[in-house]
Design a protein around this ligand. Structure first.
Ligand code: AMP
Length: 540
């Protein structure tokens, strides 16, 4: 028997309409590339989104057209998220930190029709333009007064597109599985691969995040997405914040500890979201100033593992740390580590033990562990395995890329995350490695993350990475690479001593290399690929 409830398609535009009706005064504050601070509300934003949507239609944008963005976190980028998907087109966010070669590949692979760019990127685009599709048009995200001198031909001005357009719109209905957003993974090997989000997956993801991260996503809360709008939908915040009534504070391009502290303090940010390196910068600033930014009480950290030292530092200051795990292919949230109420009063040490794990799954995402042969492994908290996921917010294949798609799905249709993890009987996931970063020594697995966590507890270490180097006898051995704090000179023996106290002897790295700075990927993670190329190939 069929249920008899109405079927209304889940649509992204309904989120901003809902926010305008329900939380009209919810704020969007942006540090603009023009140099000032811009303030608006969900009500005003819904009107500008409607005007932009009419303007896009006027430019001939239609169903399924890919519309690219190359921009920092700000209100115009947010408007594009809604106007583009609202009229049935696809918002394709491009990571400006990618190499020129990767950007050229992506824009051509996606066959973007329009590219919206912040002022910052005009010089780069002048060089890249000849390599993009001939009919691509570029829009500069500013007003007439700030339009730059440029050699780019036929550029449009963002505010001109909105000028004179009505601030109301009847959003069209279409099936909820219509494509809405496109994001390419930065791709450690081979070409970048595109994940194509739908309206349905995006709205379900927004609902899932509001339910599992309620301390941040609620009416009146003020959230700072340091995670960029160009990286997996800023972890879903442009959708979850309006749905919950939380305000958004967009930081623009300056993401150093001091700029973030100033902005958070002034705007009374309660919850800030981003990768571990950003929070290390902020913690240094907090220590120098001897206080927290006013109103600050929560961080959501993910993208790579948050070290014990980082979690402990914030928790000691009274800031709740919510460790989250996910990936581009998962919209991105898979798990989050808010503790159950029964654990809230545990002593700091025990709380931090728990918070080092990546936490429990978000509704809509299922997790399984398998061995090398694909056989299911127990969720006993001790047996590591290859982590597979499935669910409504997980990709079913890469955009226009069957070769990349085939190897990452198993016979049951689950997606292979490429992570190695354990899951305990209470459902807590602990990622121990990327499968390609795992060190296989004498038939045993050594977790690079476990070793890094211990090394990060040394006060003189700013950042570190453990990689596998080839070894004649053991196949692979761990090598530790350390970036020291500016004011410190940690010694090799001290660091290895720390490890000797905490792990089995055969797991202790054979050597420590000190570097000025660890290489980073376009998404702000330590690039183990580059380290392997440098150190593992040298040693081979
Ligand atoms: P990306 O698609 O670029 O966001 O990368 C996803 C990958 O980042 C995951 O498969 C993990 O390897 C890693 N990752 C994301 N969040 C975490 C986390 N909280 N702890 C450990 N690794 C993480």
């Amino acid at each position: 028997m069929k249920g008899m409830m109405m079927h209304r398609p889940l649509k992204i535009a309904d989120l901003i309409t809902f926010a305008a009706d329900t939380y009209p005064d919810g704020e969007i504050v942006s540090v603009r590339t023009e140099g000032d601070i811009h303030r608006t509300t969900y009500r005003e934003t819904a009107g500008r989104v409607a005007r932009l949507a009419h303007g896009l239609r006027g430019l001939g944008v239609g169903d399924g057209d890919r519309i690219a963005t190359l921009a920092w976190n700000g209100y115009r980028h947010f408007e594009l998220y809604y106007a583009v998907s609202g009229i049935g087109a696809v918002c394709h966010t491009i990571n400006p930190r990618l190499s020129a070669e990767q950007m050229i590949y992506i824009v051509n692979h996606a066959q973007d029709r329009l590219l919206f760019a912040d002022l910052t990127f005009v010089p780069a685009l002048e060089k890249l333009r000849p390599h993009f599709p001939a009919d691509l048009r570029i829009v500069i995200m500013t007003d007439r007064a700030h339009m730059p001198e440029t050699t780019l031909e036929g550029v449009l001005c963002y505010e001109d597109i909105l000028d004179g357009q009505p601030a109301e719109i009847d959003w069209p209905d279409f099936p909820e599985d219509r494509a809405a957003g496109l994001c390419y993974t930065s791709g450690t090997t081979g070409n970048p691969k595109g994940t194509l989000y739908s309206h349905r997956s995006t709205v379900l993801h927004a609902l899932g995040m509001c339910v599992t991260i309620p301390q941040a996503l609620k009416e009146g809360s003020r959230i700072l997405p340091v995670v960029p709008l160009f990286h997996v939908n800023a972890w879903g915040l442009p959708y979850g914040a309006p749905l919950s009534g939380a305000s958004l504070i967009f930081p623009g391009a300056a993401l150093d500890g001091s700029s973030l502290f100033e902005l958070m303090d002034r705007e009374k940010v309660f919850s800030a979201w981003g990768v571990p390196t950003v929070w290390m910068g902020l913690m240094n600033e907090i220590r120098q100033r001897g206080r927290l930014p006013e109103g600050f009480g929560d961080i959501v950290v993910g993208g790579s593992a948050a070290s014990r030292a980082l979690i402990e530092a914030f928790e000691t200051e009274g800031v709740n740390v919510c460790h989250a795990w996910g990936m581009t292919e998962m919209s991105p949230l898979g798990t989050q580590c808010n503790l159950p109420p029964a654990m809230a009063d545990l002593p700091l040490d025990r709380r931090v033990d728990r918070k080092q794990s990546q936490g429990r799954r978000v509704f809509g995402v299922e997790l399984k562990l398998v061995d090398d042969a694909g056989k299911r492994l127990p969720h006993d908290g001790a047996t590591p395995g290859h982590l597979y996921v499935r669910g409504n917010t997980v990709t079913s294949g890469y955009y226009e890329d069957p070769d990349a798609t085939a190897p990452v799905f198993d016979a049951e249709g689950w997606f292979c995350t490429g992570d190695i993890a354990t899951i305990d009987p209470d459902g807590f996931l602990a990622v121990t490695d990327r499968s390609k970063d795992l060190i296989k020594s004498g038939g045993e697995w050594i977790s690079s993350l476990d070793l890094e966590n211990i090394v990060m507890s040394h006060p003189g270490v700013a950042s570190c990475a453990v990689i596998a180097v080839p070894d004649v006898k053991w196949e692979e051995r761990p090598l530790l690479i350390v970036q020291a704090r500016e004011d410190a000179q940690p010694q090799k023996e001290e660091i290895l001593g720390l490890l000797q106290d905490r792990v089995a002897r055969w797991q202790v790295p054979d050597d420590v290399v000190f570097v000025e700075a660890l290489p980073m990927t376009a998404t702000g993670k330590v690039s183990k690929l580059m380290l392997r190329q440098q150190y593992a190939e040298d040693s081979a």
